[in-house]
Write a protein that binds this ligand. Structure first.
Ligand code: NDP
Ligand code: 8X3
Length: 249
């Protein structure tokens, strides 16, 4: 089974790996992200017949509208939307957080995601397509410094379930994908460019790879049309749960 998939945030990490995974099995990919040069490199690598680059900022609703309206023949019939673009900013506790960073996470991870979803719902319904939302284990398990990021991902998980309910009877499938630690550019972005911090976090941990999540996305997208995977939570074997904390006076 193949079709056309629109992947937000395909300039790096999970989104770029998903673009490679889906094209490998004959899918056409609309690849989005802010970094035009990375999208062009993906087109050069995978072929202009397979990948259409569409550069826009998820926080710009008009840009989303324009990009969807400008999709060329051969890339308009979106069967699968992978809502992957997103980020965490900051690792400190809420009381030390930068409000602008919280707002950027909400504008990208929530507002951008619902905007492109709303824009594409008519075509997804027409094509009995699928929506695969990248949430996170941070949606379910709080940790120090997770604050607004975890909140945005809790929204994504709950929005996925709500969409599924609203789309009842349309044939559109909805899945919330909830990964734990995946080594991508995520931590470099989160720390404002601190490659050493990223290397320390992932070092020796044998984290999941972007390709692991891309494989999962492809598997979910190619299940039979009568089967909906509601949610999937994944972690590397090296990661698990910690206990509650108690402050003593
Ligand atoms: P990367 O930083 O490697 O990739 C993030 C992608 O999101 C990039 O393509 C980036 O593109 C895009 N993006 C960010 N902000 C915007 C914006 N304003 N407009 C358009 N695109 C944007 O991280 P990951 O691949 O790890 O992250 C992908 C998703 O997976 C995110 O939603 C993240 O929260 C989630 N996730 C990641 C986990 C991890 O441990 N890595 C675990 C669980 C979930 P560009 O900068 O070019 O705009
Ligand atoms: C990314 C995973 O644990 O850094 O969503 O929040 S975590």
């Amino acid at each position: 089974m193949s079709g056309t998939v629109l992947i937000t945030g395909a300039t790096a990490g999970i989104g770029a790996a998903a673009a490679r995974r889906f094209t490998r099995n004959g899918w056409k990919v609309v690849a989005t992200g802010r970094r035009q040069e990375r999208l062009e490199a993906l087109v050069a690598e995978l072929g202009a017949d397979k990948v259409h680059a569409s550069a826009f900022d998820m926080r710009d609703a008009a840009a989303i509208d324009n990009a969807v309206a400008a999709l060329p023949d051969g890339f308009r019939d979106i069967d699968v939307l992978i809502n992957n673009a997103g980020l965490a900013l900051g690792t400190g506790p809420a009381q030390d957080a930068d409000l602008a960073q919280w707002r950027q996470m909400i504008d990208t991870n929530i507002t951008g995601l619902i905007t492109i979803t709303h824009r594409l719902l008519p075509i997804l319904i027409e094509r009995k397509g699928a929506i695969l939302n990248i949430s996170s284990t941070a949606a379910t398990y709080p940790y120090r410094g997770g604050n607004a990021y975890g909140g945005t991902k809790a929204f994504v998980s709950q929005f996925s379930l709500g969409l599924r309910s609203d789309l009842h009877g349309t044939g559109v499938r909805v899945t919330s994908i909830e990964p734990g630690m995946v080594e991508t550019e995520f931590t470099v972005v989160r720390t404002g460019g601190d490659q050493a911090a990223s290397d320390i976090l992932y070092g020796g941990a044998d984290p999941m790879t972007a390709e692991d999540i891309a494989e999962t996305l492809h598997w979910v997208a190619t299940q039979p049309a009568h089967l909906n995977v509601n949610r999937i939570e994944l972690m590397p074997v090296s990661q698990s749960f910690a206990g509650f904390q108690v402050a003593r006076g």
